[in-house]
Write a protein that binds this ligand. Sequence first.
Ligand code: NCD
Length: 322
Amino acid sequence: MNKHLLSAADLSRDDAVAILDTAAELSRVTDRAVKKLPTLRGRTVVNLFFEDSTRTRISFEAAAKRLSADVITFSAKGSSVSKGESLKDTALTLEAMGADAVIVRHGASGAPHRLAHSGWIDGVVVNAGDGTHEHPTQALLDAYTLRHHLAGGTGALEGRRVVIVGDVLHSRVARSNVLLLHTLGAEVTLVAPPTLMPVGVDTWPCTVSYDLDEALPGADAVMMLRVQAERMNAAYFPTSNEYSRRYGLDVRRAGLLAHDGIVLHPGPMNRGMEITAEVADGPRSVIVEQVTNGVHVRMAVLYLLLGAAEVDTAVAHEEAGE
Ligand code: NCD
């Protein structure tokens, strides 16, 4: 496995499977009343968030704490970044504090890469979302959720059909998912209005469609993307009603999925826009589970990147009350 986790493309099939299997092991710990493992005791994990986040930030924090790491959470608002401090000076400060891992979310695509390869810090860098580029741990938690539902938890995703729908242009979730799901053998179809499909998408390892009703029938899963209004500097579609009508997921459309097909969304959702409340809260939805799975997957990433001992041993010790 690479030292850092910057892109889903950093992960070989074996790496990805190792993370997903470790996450499944670690989920046994978090299902218990006492949720902690001593594995990362004495290590420092810094959450460096230059962009807003609820789920991802809390999830990494919970993951690091459940492994007994010391966690420092840094959000750009209320820090010296709002006084104009650069990424470099912020990084040097973190290094001086002895960060073993830096989890970074940044509005600029490539910022985690810069941090990892600049020589400013020694620690491991994990990309928690950079601009419109990548969000590898989101893809891992989505793959974990898909494996759990579609392949009985440990099986492969070979030949499973996953449809990813919506604002692909601004979505780091879509790019990371396409890369990882392809690595794991799934067949991915991207669906979006032409204005929200990125240039060069034809080189991605997936198929592309502009018609949701055509792409959904028989699919094993559909992943709805948020319409990212904050990244839109122009009008990409006529009205939100028109968008929902053509690209929104309602009960009728969800019914086109395979019999046991599931519905995912990374959150936060625009209910009524890309997904109706009925579907978001309905029987096919695994959206809340995705959040729970995010903690397990991020525990596994920290665990493996920070070079902890065998997970089985740690779990066994914990179970023996040591
Ligand atoms: C995603 C993100 O921030 O890229 N959300 C998340 O991490 N849970 C998707 C989004 O913001 O729409």
